[in-house]
Design a protein around this ligand. Structure first.
Ligand SMILES: Cc1cc2nc3c(=O)[nH]c(=O)nc-3n(C[C@H](O)[C@H](O)[C@H](O)COP(=O)(O)OP(=O)(O)OC[C@H]3O[C@@H](n4cnc5c(N)ncnc54)[C@H](O)[C@@H]3O)c2cc1C
Length: 442
């Protein structure tokens, strides 16, 4: 940094989540003088954890899973339908998923994981300023030639920088201001948001392994849709950590508002379901968090660069809301692409939009945009087929329960009645159409 009053660095990163940390790590490694500003007490302090795909992490830090604070690898997954007092689960896994590199899928506690990643960025040479909030960007020039020249912190302090990487997450107030100030092109559709609430519930390690049928080095990720989410486009999840389980619910804001329910009541309804409550018995609430998720997908992506600026992670809307729910890995990949583009710009001495073009080019060539393009239709499918979330789970679980209900009647009578009841008030064409379209979520 200069010793003058105004601090000047090569790069400032706003936000110490996985996107910002991957950007800071890449830029510091490439020799850029990098400052990362995080408003939380420490990186990760505002997040609780979840499923983490580690492909980008393992490419940034080889065999990272050996050092990173991983709770458990995901050796099994399941997808379950919850009916009223009924449930149906498809549970699958592979022995290979219990061995390194564990199918690159882990359960992490983000407050520990982000802190660890922040340490890696610091060791690479980045400076972390925690407990400080960026209020706005610093601009130079007028409308047509306006460029980003740094950040303004709450309290009046200013950092000058050749490039700013915005990695604020979904609740991105500075990014929104920057979009307006720089007249950045919006996406074809408006961004669409969901709200997610999560709890970490402490349980003894042996109880978790017994309840979920796990070996000590195994973990499971369970996804749910069904009646607790009635009237919503949303679902729930449970992930097993070492000595806790992560439980949460995510639903589109628009449908939460229409249903008149609030996110905590939705999570409570999920936790009370008979297919769920036995998992939680005797548990102690350790942490709670509520966050937004950008679910608009590919068509909601706007312009991601300007002179002296790149936008990454959830702030850019890069979350993949298919069955994979891949936000963290995409945030890290975009952070890495931004970091590499900044290094190129530094070498060329050109931090203009053209000089930073390597960022969007890398995104286009890599998995992030390839996957977002593949799942372009997912936001419309989710909104257009509410039956997928409650009516069909209810009907399908009832069909199975009726089919296997034991009475003195002959099996043919029981089975015919089960099928008739299933078909009775099922909107058949709609059902076939929704199931056919839902294949695009895979
Ligand atoms: C309930 C829920 C469940 C989820 N489950 C999964 C999952 O299982 N798997 C998965 O891959 N993804 C999941 N996600 C999504 C995932 O959390 C995000 O995609 C990911 O965290 C995005 O990373 P990011 O770095 O872009 O933003 P974030 O992780 O949100 O980090 C942004 C950081 O910026 C800081 N910040 C914000 N504004 C400022 C400012 N003005 N000044 C300074 N600092 C600022 C914040 O404090 C925060 O630390 C889930 C999200 C929710 C809400």
């Amino acid at each position: 940094m200069d010793s003058d009053d105004a601090v000047k660095v090569d790069a400032v990163v706003v936000g110490g989540g996985p996107g910002g940390l991957a950007a800071a790590l890449s830029m510091a490694r490439a020799g850029l003088e990098t400052v990362l500003i995080e408003r939380g007490e420490y990186a990760g302090s505002k997040n609780v954890g979840g499923l983490f795909y580690g492909t980008v992490l393992n490419s940034l830090i080889p065999n990272a899973f050996e050092q990173a604070p991983i709770e458990r690898p995901v050796s099994r997954r399941s997808i379950a339908y919850l009916g009223p007092g009924t449930h149906m689960t498809v549970d699958f896994g592979a022995e290979a998923w219990s061995q390194p590199p564990y199918n690159n899928t882990y359960i992490v506690n983000r407050s520990q994981f982000d802190r660890w990643l922040a340490k890696q960025a610091e060791e690479a040479g980045a400076t972390l300023l925690e407990g400080m909030v960026v209020d706005d960007l610093l601009y130079e020039g007028n409308n047509g030639t306006r460029k980003v020249a740094g950040v303004c912190l709450r309290g009046g302090e200013v950092f000058h920088a050749d490039v700013v990487v915005l990695a604020e997450g979904a609740n991105c107030l500075v990014t929104e201001k920057a979009r307006k100030a720089l007249s950045l092109r919006s996406g074809r559709h408006e961004q669409d948001y969901a709200v997610g609430v999560k709890e970490i519930i402490g349980l003894p390690r042996a109880t978790i392994e017994e309840r979920f049928h796990l070996e000590p080095h195994e973990g499971i990720a369970l996804d749910f849709v069904g009646v607790p989410f009635e009237g919503l486009v949303g679902g729930g999840f449970i992930y097993t950590a070492k000595e806790a389980i992560h439980i949460g619910a995510v639903a589109k804001i628009e449908t939460i508002v229409k249903s008149g329910r609030n996110p905590n009541d939705i999570l409570d309804a999920f936790k009370r379901h008979p297919g769920i409550r036995s998992y939680l018995q005797g548990g102690e609430l350790l942490e709670y968090s509520a966050h937004m998720l950008p679910e608009g997908g590919y068509h909601a992506l706007g312009e991601l660069t300007a002179d002296g600026l790149m936008i990454v992670g959830d702030a850019a809307g890069l979350l993949n809301m298919s069955l994979y729910k891949e936000g963290t890995n995409h945030a890290m990949e975009s952070g890495r692409c931004a970091g590499e583009a900044a290094a190129e710009a530094k070498a060329a001495g050109d931090f203009s939009k053209a000089g930073l073009a390597g960022y969007e080019r890398r995104l286009q060539e890599g998995v992030v945009l390839s996957d977002l393009k593949k799942y372009t239709e997912v936001p419309d499918i989710l909104s257009g087929a509410p039956g997928l979330f409650s009516l069909y789970p209810e009907k399908v679980t009832k069909l199975l329960v009726d089919f296997f209900t034991v009475t003195p009647e002959p099996k043919s009578v029981i089975q015919k009645r089960a099928i008739r009841t299933f078909l009775d008030d099922l909107p058949k064409w709609r059902f076939l159409k929704d199931v056919f379209r839902a294949r695009k979520m895979l």
